[in-house]
Design a protein around this ligand. Structure first.
Ligand SMILES: N[C@@H](CCOP(=O)(O)O)C(=O)O
Length: 429
C-alpha cells in the first residue's frame, strides 16, 4: 500500500512514511486506500495482538514488516485496554491508562518503537526521535525507547504547564533520553518540532523522525483499542459501541473515526475538549481556526493548533461521511472539577481531568435525553494528576506500580527558549 501527504506532494511506501514522520511537503501521511472490514473478518481474533494484526495488516502488506507482522504485533500490543461496565448499566469506561507511563499514548509509542527497531535492524547510524509533549506523549515515548540500542530521544515540554508528576516522569530518564523544558506553550514545542523535521540539514545530520501522532506509526495503532472494545461490545450485545473521547492533538479521536470508516462497529463519536475549543468550533461551523493555547487543569489537551485536524479536514473533503454522528463540546475547568467529584460519587471511579471532559460531555447528553450506552474513554491515570484530583475528592490516589520506579528517580531537564535556533543550540553540534 502507498501513503500520500495531506498536501499532495509526497507519495511513499510505509517504510519511508515511518522514517520521515512528517511528509516532505510538511503534510501528514494517510493511506491511499482504506481496507473495508466487517466484524466477521475478525472471527477467531480474540486477543489484542490478533485483533490489531487483522486490523492493520493491509497497511503493512508488501513491506519489510509483512513477513513478521504477527510477531511484531505480539511485541507491540502488550498493554491491556479493558472496557469496564459501570454500575448504571448504560455507561462503560474504556481504560487506556494501563501502560508503562499511565496514558493511552503507550499503545502507539510501543508500536512505533517496535516498527522502527525492525526497520533499522543492522543500521549503522542512530535514529533521533523528536517529540513535543503537553504532558503524556513524552513519557510514553521515553518508556518505549529507553535504552533501546540505536535510538536517541529528544523531548520538548512546556515548562510549568504540565502536572508535577508529568514533569517528573518527563525528566527522570537520562541515558538515551534528553528532556528540554521550553519557555513557552505546547504549541510552541510542536511548532519547534515541526520546524526541525522540515529542516533537511538537521534531519540528515541527526537521522531524525517524529514520535508524535503526526507519525503514522502512532496514528494507525491507536485504532486497535477502539476495534477491540467495539468488537467485544458488538459480540456481547449485537450493537455498535458509542464513545466519548477527550481530545487535544486529535490523534486518538481521529483513530476512532477512521476505525469506524473502515467498518468497525462504532456508533456515535463524541469528542470533548478542555477550554481550548478549536475542535468544537470546527465541528459546529466547518471552519478551522487555530487559537493561542489556554492553560487548563486538563493540561495534556492544552492544544491550540491540533496536528491531526489537517488529516480530518482532508478526509472529510474526500468523504464527508467521516463526520457523521459526530459532536464536540468544550468543557471549562470548573465543570471538569465538578465532574471529577460527580463521577466518583455516582460510580466510585476516580478519573483524570481529561477523562472528566468526556464524562461531562456525556452528562450533558444524558440531561438532553440521550440514554444510549456510551463508553467514556479514560486517557490517563488519575495519579498523574494528583495535584488536581486529590483535593477535589479528599483522598489520595494510589500510584500504579509501573510509575513508582520512575517517580523515585531524580529528575532533570535543561530549560531552553522558544524557536528552532534554541532547539538547535541545545542539540549541540
Ligand atoms: N496530548 C499530547 C500532545 C501531543 O500529542 P500527540 O498525540 O500528537 O503526541 C501529550 O500529552 O503530549
Amino acid at each position: 500500500m502507498e501513503f500520500v501527504s495531506t498536501r499532495g506532494q509526497d507519495r511513499t511506501p510505509i517504510e519511508r512514511a515511518l522514517s520521515l514522520g512528517l511528509a516532505s511537503d510538511g503534510g501528514l501521511f494517510l493511506p491511499m486506500q482504506w481496507p473495508r472490514l466487517r466484524p466477521d473478518d475478525f472471527e477467531g481474533a480474540d486477543t489484542t495482538p490478533r485483533i490489531a494484526e487483522r486490523l492493520l495488516q493491509s497497511f503493512f502488506a508488501d513491506s519489510i514488516f509483512a513477513a513478521d507482522f504477527g510477531a511484531l504485533c505480539d511485541q507491540a500490543f502488550t498493554v491491556q485496554t479493558p472496557l469496564k461496565p459501570l454500575r448504571d448499566g448504560q455507561t462503560s469506561i474504556l481504560e487506556l491508562f494501563h501502560g508503562p507511563s499511565g496514558a493511552f499514548k503507550d499503545v502507539g509509542a510501543n508500536f512505533l518503537a517496535t516498527m522502527l527497531a525492525h526497520l533499522n535492524r543492522g543500521a549503522t547510524r542512530d535514529t533521533t526521535i523528536l517529540v513535543a509533549t503537553s504532558g503524556d506523549t513524552g513519557s510514553a515515548v521515553a518508556t518505549a525507547f529507553y535504552r533501546r540500542p540505536g535510538f536517541r530521544v529528544i523531548i520538548l515540554f512546556p515548562d510549568g504547564r504540565v502536572s508535577a508528576r508529568q514533569a517528573h516522569l518527563l525528566s527522570c530518564f537520562g541515558d538515551n533520553i534528553q528532556t528540554l523544558r521550553v519557555a513557552g506553550s505546547f504549541d510552541d514545542c510542536q511548532a519547534m518540532a515541526k520546524a526541525a523535521l522540515a529542516d533537511q540539514t538537521l534531519v540528515q545530520a541527526l537521522n531524525m523522525t517524529s514520535a508524535n501522532s503526526i507519525s503514522l506509526g502512532r496514528l494507525l495503532p491507536q485504532m486497535s483499542y477502539y476495534a477491540e472494545a467495539a468488537l467485544r461490545y458488538f459480540r456481547a450485545h449485537g450493537e455498535p459501541l458509542n464513545v466519548v473521547i477527550p481530545s487535544g492533538n486529535l490523534g486518538n479521536a481521529l483513530a476512532c473515526l477512521i476505525a469506524r470508516q473502515i467498518g468497525l462497529p462504532i456508533g456515535r463519536v463524541l469528542i470533548s475538549t478542555n477550554a481550548n475549543a478549536v475542535l468544537a468550533n470546527y465541528v459546529h461551523t466547518g471552519n478551522y481556526q487555530a487559537a493561542p493555547t489556554k492553560a487548563t487543569i486538563a493540561n495534556a489537551m492544552d492544544v491550540g493548533a491540533p496536528s491531526n485536524i489537517e488529516r480530518l479536514i482532508y478526509l472529510a473533503k474526500h468523504d464527508p461521511s467521516i463526520l457523521r454522528d459526530l459532536d464536540s463540546v468544550s468543557v471549562p475547568d470548573d465543570a471538569i472539577c465538578a465532574r471529577i467529584q460527580a463521577f466518583y460519587q455516582t460510580y466510585g471511579e476516580i478519573i483524570c481531568p481529561h477523562t472528566a471532559t468526556a464524562a461531562e460531555m456525556l452528562a450533558q447528553r444524558r440531561a438532553a435525553g440521550d440514554h444510549a450506552h456510551y463508553a467514556v474513554v479514560a486517557t490517563a491515570h488519575p495519579a498523574k494528576f494528583a495535584d488536581v484530583v486529590e483535593p477535589l475528592l479528599g483522598l489520595s490516589v494510589p500510584i500504579p506500580e509501573c510509575l513508582k520506579p520512575w517517580l523515585a528517580r531524580p529528575a532533570q531537564a535543561a530549560q531552553i527558549g522558544v524557536g528552532l535556533d534554541a532547539l538547535k543550540a541545545a542539540l549541540g553540534p
